[in-house]
Design a binder for this molecule. Sequence first.
Ligand code: CFM
Ligand code: HCA
Length: 534
Amino acid sequence: PTDIKDELLKKYPPKVARKRAKQIMINEAVGADTSPEIVANVRTIPGIITMRGCTYAGCKGVIMGPTRDIVNIVHGPIGCSFYAWLTRRNQTDAGKDGENYIPYCFSTDMQDQDIIFGGEKKLEAAIIEAYELFHPKGICIFATCPVGLIGDDIHAVARKLSAQYEDCNIFAFSCEGYKGVSQSAGHHIANNQVFTHLVGENKKSPEGEYKINLLGEYNIGGDGFEIDRIFKKCGITNISTFSGNSTYDQFASAQHADLSCVMCHRSINYVADMLETKYGIPWIKVNFIGARSTAKSLRKIGEYFGDPKLIKRINDVIAEEMPEVEAVAEEVRTRTNGKTAMIFVGGSRAHHYQDLFAEMGMKTISAGYEFAHRDDYEGREVIPSLKVDSDSRNIEELTVEADEKLFKARKTPDEVKALEEAGFKFKHYEGLNKDMDNGSIIVDDLNQYEAEKLVEILKPDVFCAGIKEKFSIQKLGVPMKQLHSYDSGGPYAGFKGAVNFYKEIDRLVGSKVWSYMKAPWQKNPELTATFVWE
Ligand code: CFM
Ligand code: HCA
């Protein structure tokens, strides 16, 4: 593995190689007390073709994009709006009310003259137009790069119109693309504003038993639908998903839950903390990617509530769902066992999907995140030691206190202690490194050059990443599965999702088609344009 690292670094100028060396790690976390340090959440080195996206993408596209009944207006050039318009495969059920703005693309369509003379008037007109057309419960405004550069005060515009329209909650996000080093900054900006302007608004508690919030599940390819199906069957009430297929009222009621379940740690762990501090809602890490992981997460929820009725129901559901899943897994394993995968996606999924591959007998030999932070690699223990640099300082940390009226500890200190003594872990996430074999290659902010090199050297049976990597990897003759959009597939979460995934990967790694990728001139050098003296 050390040779591979050297090979990846060889081509770089010394200064770049020195920096990249700290972001490429040969894993040695297993069996060690602490995981070796990886450099993460820092600026991409100029000149490198990164896989990352911008802060606006994280705020508008990722966090707020999947909400269906909030009108999301992009203040900026039309390209930014087009980029975030239905490109993320977050699915929606318009529900009984039928309110669904996801198919729309709301933009102020900034022009040169707005950049020169200011765009606040245009933004105001856009909000008024949207309000008069739709009368939504909420309108959100997103800043793109030029907005920050010219200094339009989007918050002032939002405040003015929010006061004017009492039945509409209007607020804005300073999520200019350049604001942080990646999408991750945008998640934080989005979540802070949702927490400040929305959570806690609905005073009446929704009906139901065993109330939870599901944080960091975005319903890509219908994952959230499958998880909700399972919750329903178990009798668990999901008050609010942040933010797959979410509604204004769900966010506004989140403070009524008795437990927060964190799916994507990267994009939302701080919201779980804030819900705990302000309202007294404890949180646990869950993972519904992988059938066994799903069963484990459900049992954890059962253990938390501690009601025998719920625990029995959960066990019955698992017993009912698992045989079909196991049967498919066993069948595909005859072909997939021992095969290898690489996973490079934004955050959590590079960790979560290793469980699904393991269920198929497949090993993830190399993985990494585009923009996760050190805690997502090394575990939450490192959080107190994370360095605040000029880029992270740019992103506001909210100071939250217990709400005088609404704070309610969900468990007594004795109950918490009893659970912990029985091995139950609150706000615990061990990160990716501990789950990968020692010697496997972990790379932060992988770039195009390194992706191709790694594939050439390690020849995985499948490479998982996004649209930017898709075709260059396929051209190397290796099957490629998108784990952002799922290509056109999914859901892959929960029990039914696991079955879908097994079948899809079985088909991909069994296919010979990509190995026939050599172009005629690669096979027959006489067809190349290179002139050779006879
Ligand atoms: Fe969380 Fe996500 Fe991911 Fe993410 Fe994303 Fe995504 Fe992703 Mo693309 S919130 S970190 S910012 S699990 S959009 S649904 S697939 S990079 S690994
Ligand atoms: C984003 C969204 C993205 C991009 C996926 C990809 C997604 O980061 O803006 O590059 O294929 O999941 O849609 O992560």
